[in-house]
Design a protein around this ligand. Structure first.
Ligand SMILES: NC(=O)c1ccc[n+]([C@@H]2O[C@H](COP(=O)([O-])OP(=O)(O)OC[C@H]3O[C@@H](n4cnc5c(N)ncnc54)[C@H](O)[C@@H]3O)[C@@H](O)[C@H]2O)c1
Length: 248
């Protein structure tokens, strides 16, 4: 990589975000790990870089535009404008569609979509001014097939993320800022085992054509590939990683 890579990974306190932050750091990126929960990102950042030279953590609520501005200011002050943004944080909830209250529907939908909207508006616009950037939005199979184990609010938010990815890809293409989505099916992660009741896990596994859960390390590798300087020709795309659950 000839560009000095500075990556912001949201939701880095979670299973997949942690893998992504580790991978980008291992590939030589400076990494800012953000999450609404402070402790897990503080611990991981300290493991990656005890003196903070190549990684640091920030508490960050992705449903707040102001918080994205704070992250941008902090990274710019410490290093420079981020070159990579991984919009990975999300609220994952499972509930029968007829039982979801209006307030919870709106909270999950807006948190998950605001994170992409503000992330692209605030950090994407700063990247565009610099004339370089790579944005990777974490969507989901649920946004493509309506969801299986997850709720309607979650699935609807992930569908909106796929659309926002295309909108911002068009907006920033001429400024050499690419915007792509990754759409994972169920990965071998704690949240999947928490969301899917143990007695239903066998049925979920049986429903996956390849017969097993996905590898979060591989998803992190896909993120690194899209974050690469050489990925300039991939934009507005959605890379599926779903074990054959959704073929298009
Ligand atoms: N795990 C899977 O199989 C799977 C499948 C498809 C898509 N995904 C997507 O991958 C991403 C990561 O999933 P995960 O499995 O690591 O989930 P996770 O729940 O382990 O991690 C999500 C992280 O986001 C953080 N978060 C939640 N709300 C936030 C907010 N308002 N502001 C900032 N941070 C917030 C949480 O604290 C948590 O650390 C999500 O976008 C999820 O939808 C995961």
């Amino acid at each position: 990589m000839s560009v000095e890579q500075i990556a912001v990974v949201t939701g880095a306190g979670g299973g997949l975000g942690g893998c992504i932050a580790r991978r980008l750091h291992a590939e030589g990126c400076k990494v800012v790990l953000t999450d609404i929960a402070e402790e897990p990102v503080a611990q991981l950042a300290a493991q990656l870089s005890a003196d903070g030279a190549t990684a640091f953590a920030m508490q960050h609520d992705v449903s707040s535009r102001q918080d994205f501005e704070k992250v941008l200011d902090a990274v710019r002050t410490r290093w420079s404008v981020p070159t990579v943004l991984v919009n990975n944080a999300a609220m994952t909830q499972a509930k029968d569609v007829l039982s979801i209250e209006a307030e919870e529907f709106n909270r999950v939908l807006t948190t998950n979509t605001d994170s992409i909207f503000y992330g692209c508006q605030v950090i994407g616009a700063a990247m565009a001014q610099e004339g370089y950037g790579r944005i990777i939005n974490m969507a989901s199979l649920a946004g493509q097939n309506g969801g299986t184990a997850t709720g309607a609010h979650y699935a609807a938010s992930k569908g909106a993320i796929l659309t926002l990815t295309k909108i911002f890809a068009k907006q920033f293409a001429a400024a050499q800022v690419t915007v792509n989505a990754i759409s994972p099916g169920p990965q071998d992660l704690p949240i999947v085992r928490q969301t899917v009741p143990a007695d239903k896990l066998e049925a979920v596994l049986a429903s996956i054509p390849v017969g097993r859960l996905g590898s979060p390390e591989y998803v992190a590798k896909m993120v690194a590939l899209l974050a690469d300087e050489e990925a300039f020709f991939v934009t507005g795309a959605c890379w599926d990683v779903n074990g054959g659950l959704f073929v298009r």
